[in-house]
Design a binder for this molecule. Sequence first.
Ligand code: CAA
Length: 240
Amino acid sequence: MSRVAIVTGGSRGIGAAISVALRDAGYKVAANYAGNDAAASKFTEETGIKTYKWNVADYEASKAGLAQVEADLGPIDVVVANAGITRDAPFHKMTPEQWHQVVDTNLTGVFNTVHPVWPGMRERKFGRVVVISSINGQKGQFGQVNYAATKAGDLGIVKSLAQEGARFGITANAICPGYIATEMVMAVPEKVRESIIAQIPTGRLGRPEEIARCVVFLVSDDAEFTNGSTITANGGQFFV
Ligand code: CAA
C-alpha cells in the first residue's frame, strides 16, 4: 500500500519538485497551495497530482484541508512543510505587518500543518515530518530578520518533534536549501543575486530537484534512525 504525503506550497518552486519526486517514488501525493489558482491547475494538468487550496497560516483552514486530503487519499504518513514567503526589508524599514506575515506563514504554518496530523501518526506508529528551512535560518541574511527568525525556528521545531515522536516511529528533520533557482530567488534584485551566486563555491544556483532528492531519502521507511537532523544543501556556501 502506498503511503500518503502532503506537501504544502507543493505546486510551485521547490515544493513542486518535491511533490513530483514523491509521486515518482510511489507515494500518493497531495499538493497544497495558498492562492495561485492558475499555477495550481497547470501543475495538476502536467503532473496528475491533485492540489488543495488553503492558507497554512490559518489553523482551522489547515485542519479542514488536511482532513479533506485524508478523506480523499487516506491517513497522512508524510508531511513536508514547505510553504514559505519572503517580505524582505532592512530591519529599520521592516513593518510589523511584514514581520507577522512571514511568522504566520513560515513558522506558525509549520505548527498548523503538523499539529492536526500528529495524533494519527502517533496512533499508527509511523510518521515522517520534513520542514524546509533555509541557509538563512542558519546564517542570517541582510534584509531578512523576519525570514531568518522563522527558518531558525523551524530547526527548533524539528529537534523537539524528533524527541517527542521517536518512540512512536515518527521522525522530524529539516532541510536547509541554499539559493535555489525558483521565483522567490529570481525576485531578489539582480545585482544582489549576482553577488550571492559569487559566494556559492559550486558556482550556480541549486535546482529544486536537488532538494526533492533529500526529502525522498528522509521520508523513506528505512530512514528511521535519521531523526532531528538538518540536511544542508547549499553548494558549499555555508557550513554549520
Ligand atoms: N550586506 C551589506 N549591506 C547591504 C546589503 C548586504 N547584503 N544589501 C544592501 N546593503 C546596503 C546597501 O548597499 C545600502 O547601503 P547604502 O545606504 O550605504 O547605499 C543599504 O544597505 C540599504 O540598501 P537599499 O537602499 O538597497 O535597501 P532596500 O530598502 O532597497 O532593501 C534589500 C534592500 C530588500 C534588503 C535587498 O538588498 C534585498 O532584497 N536583498 C536580498 C535579501 C535576500 O537575500 N533575500 C533572499 C530571498 S530568497 C530566499 O529567501 C530563499 C532562501 O531561503 C535562500
